[in-house]
Design a protein around this ligand. Structure first.
Ligand SMILES: NC(=O)c1ccc[n+]([C@@H]2O[C@H](COP(=O)([O-])OP(=O)(O)OC[C@H]3O[C@@H](n4cnc5c(N)ncnc54)[C@H](O)[C@@H]3O)[C@@H](O)[C@H]2O)c1
Length: 245
């Protein structure tokens, strides 16, 4: 599907890598102003240069940094039309803790709550009034199949499942002012080769583009009557993680 995102400004967290980067690239190609946000300055600079996108180093654990990024986009481009919160991941993996939930250091637990759950909450808080004034805006949260099925990473599952309540609530609050809020729940996505080992009824993990396509659809006017919804993109994994395939 071809999209026209010209005259739209998108803020994307976790934009230096994986789905965040490919989404930034697709939005740029469809005419959007894109402000890529990431904490990894070196990769962010390389990736933003690659697609001629704007960028800002932003640690999403800080409300002040998120607010600064939102203000920057609004001042520079005149509106903030789309936000997508990709920054995150399973804390024990990202921080190389190598421990089960019940033995995880508390700072690892805290990182997960701050990045996977609190940052999307901060982002919604930071853009809501601007979008309400514009009478337009789309807020996308990125959950995980682990939120639907539960997992050994109780912290990660809990943080991501919190995004469903956030999504529905922001959708309710924003509906009369043209703000839509949706969640996308990925199953395994090949942003890392190891994701190919996760089982799905389809017998494979998703290509990154398959996930990004779902996000682009929800960001677009083709999804103008969809809000408060979660779109699961998981090759059927939610239908029964325990077997039968
Ligand atoms: N890849 C999968 O199979 C999969 C499955 C389910 C859900 N998800 C979720 O999708 C999202 C994107 O996954 P991915 O595999 O594309 O990620 P990725 O690991 O490729 O990229 C994550 C990006 O977030 C950035 N980041 C980390 N901490 C940050 C912070 N404090 N502030 C700003 N940026 C920060 C990193 O620098 C990195 O560039 C994540 O939230 C993840 O939990 C991924």
């Amino acid at each position: 599907m071809d999209y026209d995102f010209s005259c739209r400004t998108a803020l994307i967290t976790g934009a230096a890598s994986g789905m965040g980067f490919l989404t930034s690239k697709c939005l740029r190609e469809s005419g959007a102003n894109v402000v890529m946000l990431d904490v990894d300055e070196k990769t962010l600079t390389e990736k933003a240069d690659e697609i001629s996108a704007d960028r800002l180093v932003c640690d999403v654990r800080s409300y002040a940094e998120i607010e600064k990024a939102v203000s920057y986009a609004k001042e520079r481009y005149g509106s903030v039309d789309i936000t997508i919160s990709y920054a995150g991941g399973c804390p024990s993996r990202v921080l190389n803790a190598g421990k089960a939930f019940n033995d995880l250091p508390i700072d690892v637990l805290d990182w997960g709550v701050e990045v996977n759950f609190r940052a999307p909450l901060y982002m919604a808080r930071a853009v809501f009034n601007i979008m309400r004034e514009q009478k337009r805006g789309v807020i996308i949260n990125i959950a995980s199949i682990d939120a639907l099925t539960g997992s050994g990473a109780a912290d990660y599952s809990a943080e991501k499942s919190g995004l469903y309540g956030l999504t529905r609530s922001i959708a309710l609050m924003g509906a009369k002012d043209g703000i839509r809020c949706c969640c996308v729940t990925p199953g395994p996505v090949l942003t890392r080769p190891a994701m190919a080992n996760m089982r799905t009824p389809m017998g494979r993990a998703a290509e990154v583009q398959e996930l990004v396509d779902a996000v682009l659809f929800l960001c677009s006017d083709k999804a103008s009557y969809i809000t408060g919804e979660n779109l699961t993109v998981d090759g059927g994994r939610q239908c029964g993680a325990s077997g039968g395939y």
